[in-house]
Design a protein around this ligand. Structure first.
Ligand SMILES: Cc1cc2nc3c(=O)[nH]c(=O)nc-3n(C[C@H](O)[C@H](O)[C@H](O)COP(=O)(O)O)c2cc1C
Length: 162
């Protein structure tokens, strides 16, 4: 078993390394893994716009036993959207709560976040939707949701496979 991951600001890497330690296997970053990893793989990717980053590449490159997405939007509805976009078929999906801080967002992603914030503000003005207000609040105030214990269901699942 190998844990392959893609992280932007570090939360997904932390989860991947903890999981690897717990399962006594390696955690390898996606771009390095493509040439070196074979056999059963668990993929962890950070979530952007309800999409698990790197998943398309991971699906073609590895034999996936399970996939986890790391995100700051932890509602059932958001998790369902991510699961649906991931189109994993029989492969089980796990959600892991992540951290988010605007100061860690740089380059193109920072620009994109600026556009998203503007759009969310306009939408809140129009509809007053509390869910959208909560999304904007998380973006502006930041989120610290990393939780080591959240790995337990995924770790248990993988252990049962071995
Ligand atoms: C541009 C951008 C878009 C994001 N979109 C989502 C999203 O749609 N859903 C979500 O749950 N989290 C979203 N997040 C939050 C990240 O997924 C979260 O911060 C995660 O912990 C990032 O993992 P990392 O620390 O490994 O990069 C977004 C973050 C950024 C920077």
């Amino acid at each position: 078993m190998t844990i392959v991951y893609r992280s932007n600001a570090g939360t997904t890497r932390r989860y991947a390394e903890l999981l690897a330690k717990e399962l006594s296997c390696d955690a390898v970053e996606l771009s390095k893994a493509k040439d070196s990893v074979t056999g059963d793989t668990v993929y962890l990717g950070w979530i952007m716009g309800n999409e698990i980053q790197g998943l398309a590449e991971a699906k073609t490159a590895f034999d996936l036993c399970a996939v986890a997405g790391v995100g700051m939007m932890d509602s059932e509805a958001d998790q369902a959207k991510t699961r649906e976009k991931a189109a994993l078929g029989e492969i089980p999906f796990f959600f892991l709560p992540g951290d988010f801080h605007m100061e860690n967002v740089t380059g193109m992603l920072k620009l994109a976040m600026g556009v998203v914030r503007k759009a969310l503000r306009a939408e809140i003005k129009k509809s007053g939707d509390p869910k959208i207000a909560e999304t904007l609040r998380r973006i502006e105030e930041g989120v610290d949701k990393f939780d080591e214990n959240a790995l337990a269901p995924l770790a248990d699942y993988v252990r049962r496979l071995e």
